[in-house]
Design a protein around this ligand. Structure first.
Ligand code: FEO
Length: 384
């Protein structure tokens, strides 16, 4: 049996069959859908799991409870990776009361087209008394859905943080936390930095010794490290010094300029230069790196009087996720009607606090002495 504390048990599952999380994110190491049981005078189950794991989840709950039955199912988040089995749970445990807020129950009806028989609608700050454990509901709207609430148990000093502090990857695979947590954060929560900042402010008033997220490992040690990263990410700060170059290249000429820029940056003393080929490398990792570094170079070609599709998609994703506070360099390649600089600047017009670096590198079909000199000048500017 998997204990979180003496009274709190892990009953979640690992998913190694999933192809794309949320229909778009590759998860080479699978995914975990976490659920917890709090055993007290009353028993509460915290969230359900993905639709494909009903039997395993119910088995895990029964293993913890033996002959006892859950009194409550707390629904912190209605996205189906955590809510799909609510009605199945109620078929197994028909006397359980579902706990959520007004928005939770509205969404529940939208998904299942029926009302639950026993429900407890809670407000922000309301406390549910299980006996020794009192569950305090902390609403976290738009982290990353409107109905999201977190739950704080002051007895064991545990914060059930919903999707907050989650990551990609199943729990039976050992991998670095920050890399897959960052990719998860910026892909899924990134747009809502202000709302995450609000939650962090609330969390700072609580004595938290354990964070139980809905994905990824339970966090017990070094909580300051995770809270600090969440603070940097949600305030759109610079996490790492260095330059990130995102590029597309049709016949290799733009790539040649990118490799020259990397070489010149390193010559100029830049310790870290990260590169992504947007057509071939992971788009979500490229988005993650664009948030991680403060300086970003976008290198692409004019294409159908637009920019190359992968770059267009990339910038759309950045803007949608509230990308901001960046120094941006541009490498433009065009053969007869170059448009890259104009289009990139227009696409980023609504992104906050973007500073463009001069010079913009202007390649006409292939690098020449002129454009090479511009690459070298850009490297010097970025390395300052
Ligand atoms: Fe893990 Fe937003 O669902």
């Amino acid at each position: 049996m998997n204990n979180v504390t003496k009274d709190i048990f892990y009953v979640g599952v690992n998913d190694h069959k999933i192809d794309l999380f949320e229909g778009q994110y590759e998860v080479p190491n699978g995914m975990a859908y976490n659920s917890y049981v709090i055993v007290d005078e009353k028993v509460a189950v915290m969230d359900s799991v993905d639709i494909n794991f009903l039997d395993e989840w119910i088995k895990n709950i029964k293993e913890v409870l033996g002959n006892r039955k859950p009194d409550y199912l707390v629904v912190q988040h209605m996205e189906p990776d955590h809510s799909a089995n609510i009605m199945e749970f109620l078929r197994v445990f028909p006397d359980a009361t579902v706990v959520g807020n007004a928005q939770t129950f509205k969404m529940m009806y939208q998904f299942f087209h029926k009302e639950v028989e026993h429900k407890l609608e809670v407000s922000n700050g309301q406390v549910l008394d299980l006996g020794k454990h009192k569950l305090n509901f902390v609403f976290a709207p738009m982290v990353h859905w409107p109905e999201v609430m977190m739950t704080y148990d002051a007895t064991d000093k545990v914060l059930f943080s919903a999707d907050g502090f989650g990551k990609f990857g199943a729990l039976d695979v050992d991998e670095d936390w920050a890399c897959e947590a960052r990719r998860y954060y910026f892909g899924i929560v990134g747009k809502y930095g202000m709302q995450v900042q609000n939650v962090l402010r609330k969390a700072a008033t609580l004595d938290i010794q354990t964070i139980c997220p809905l994905h990824g490992p339970i966090l017990k040690e070094n909580l300051g490290y995770y809270l600090h990263l969440y603070d940097v990410w949600s305030s759109y700060g610079v996490e790492a010094e260095g330059v990130f170059i995102a590029y597309t290249s049709v016949y290799g000429h733009t790539k040649e300029a990118v490799l020259l820029l990397k070489e010149e940056l390193e010559k100029a003393g830049c310790k870290k230069v990260a590169i992504a080929d947007l057509a071939r490398d992971s788009m979500s990792e490229a988005v993650e790196d664009a948030f991680k570094y403060g300086k970003v170079v976008l290198a692409t070609t004019t294409y159908n009087l637009e920019i190359f599709p992968f770059m267009s998609d990339f910038i759309t994703r950045l803007v949608e996720h509230a990308w901001q506070n960046k120094t941006v360099g541009i490498i433009e390649n065009g053969t007869w009607a170059p448009q890259v600089e104009k289009i990139i600047k227009a696409k980023l017009a609504n992104a906050k606090n973007i500073t463009f670096v001069e010079p913009v590198v202007k390649i006409v079909s292939a690098l020449d002495e002129n454009s090479k000199a511009q690459v070298i000048a850009l490297a010097k500017e970025l390395a300052k």
